[in-house]
Ligand binder design. Structure first.
Ligand code: GLY
Length: 327
């Protein structure tokens, strides 16, 4: 990112707790309430980025990298940026790329982005905050990454997932992933009208420049249903029957994607933390949100063991209602 001048926060890699602690002491000497992320470098089910706002908290979070085993052996100390996060996706054949619709996920267990980190509790697409920034995101954060990898003889072929943040109306890169995001995938893939196999085939043949990807203009809201207690202890909610999925699936414009569910004798049972995603589409975010929540209201887990956030899309709902005429 630094070599390719991609706007991104300052970071350093460490594999030694001692060296990392010495480094953050210097940072906090300069700015005692600095926002810092300590991040594992491999996948940790969405829980590998720990936020700190003091020296003590940062030191504790460095200690926690051990919990992630191999994924936390090498970790990052990254300068935190205060802003609104977004997700963007492109498919690249190494030289050419195509961009998909923007999205935004909700990372924590409680409403208004409070509480513990989770594997994500919901998402929306598009993310209105990126509407006027789409060219800048493409040029500064996507094209530079794809062209940079080509120039360095490691051409990138596949889905590029950009996790970004808007700070003072500027999009900044926080991370790239070589995959789709969950649950953004659930709201972005349904927008694609072009045959997905055709898109992937063109990508593999190095011919993405020969295909245009058609996407619809609908808004989508995804609400994740989870076992009560998740992301902490939810053992009491294991193997409980899930009621109402069949009826929710029949609602026009609603799709249910299963996750930690098992099926036995044609009945659905819980089998983990995040159980399913309810995705609803609408002409705008308000319509999509109403539909998603009326669908999930009809679902429950035996023993009242279902939980979900009731505010998915809250930022864009406010934005939409404020600026209705312009969106
Ligand atoms: N939506 C976050 C992730 O997939 O990592």
């Amino acid at each position: 990112m630094q070599r390719n001048k991609i706007p991104s926060p300052k970071f350093k890699y460490f594999n030694s707790e001692k060296l990392a602690k010495d480094y953050i002491k210097l940072l906090y000497d300069k700015e005692p309430e600095k926002l810092i992320y300590i991040k594992a470098t491999k996948l940790c089910g969405g829980k590998g980025a720990l936020k700190s706002k003091s020296l003590d908290e940062s030191i504790r979070n460095i200690g926690k990298m051990k919990v992630f085993g191999e994924a936390g052996k090498i970790f990052l100390v990254e300068e935190g940026l205060e802003g609104e996060e977004f997700s963007y996706y492109a498919i690249s054949d190494g030289s050419n790329y195509r961009i998909f619709k923007s999205a935004q996920d909700n990372k924590t267990i409680s409403n208004f982005d409070k509480g513990d980190q989770t594997g994500r509790m919901g998402a929306i697409s598009p993310a209105i905050i990126t509407n006027h920034l789409s060219k800048e995101i493409e040029n500064q954060l996507i094209a530079k990454a794809i062209n940079g990898m080509k120039k360095e003889h490691i051409p990138y072929i596949g889905i590029l997932y950009l996790g970004g943040v808007v700070v003072n109306d500027k999009p900044i890169n926080i991370e790239y992933n070589a995959r789709w995001g969950d649950p953004e995938c659930q709201v972005v893939l349904p927008t694609i009208k072009t045959d997905y196999v055709e898109i992937v085939t063109s990508c593999l043949k190095g011919k993405l420049n020969e295909i245009e990807i058609e996407q619809d203009n609908k808004s989508r809201v995804c609400v994740v249903g989870a076992s009560r207690g998740y992301p902490n202890d939810y053992s009491h909610a294991k193997r409980k029957q899930i009621h109402g999925l069949e009826n929710a699936m029949k609602i026009n414009g609603v799709t249910i994607f299963g996750a930690d569910i098992t099926i036995q004798d044609e009945k659905f049972y819980t089998d983990g933390g995040r159980l399913f995603s309810v995705v609803a589409e609408g002409e705008n975010i308000v319509e999509a949100k109403q539909k998603a929540y009326s669908a999930i209201a009809g679902i429950n887990v035996e023993g009242n063991n279902l939980q979900y956030r009731t505010d998915i899309g809250w930022r864009d709902i406010e934005r939409f209602l404020r600026n209705k005429k312009h969106l």
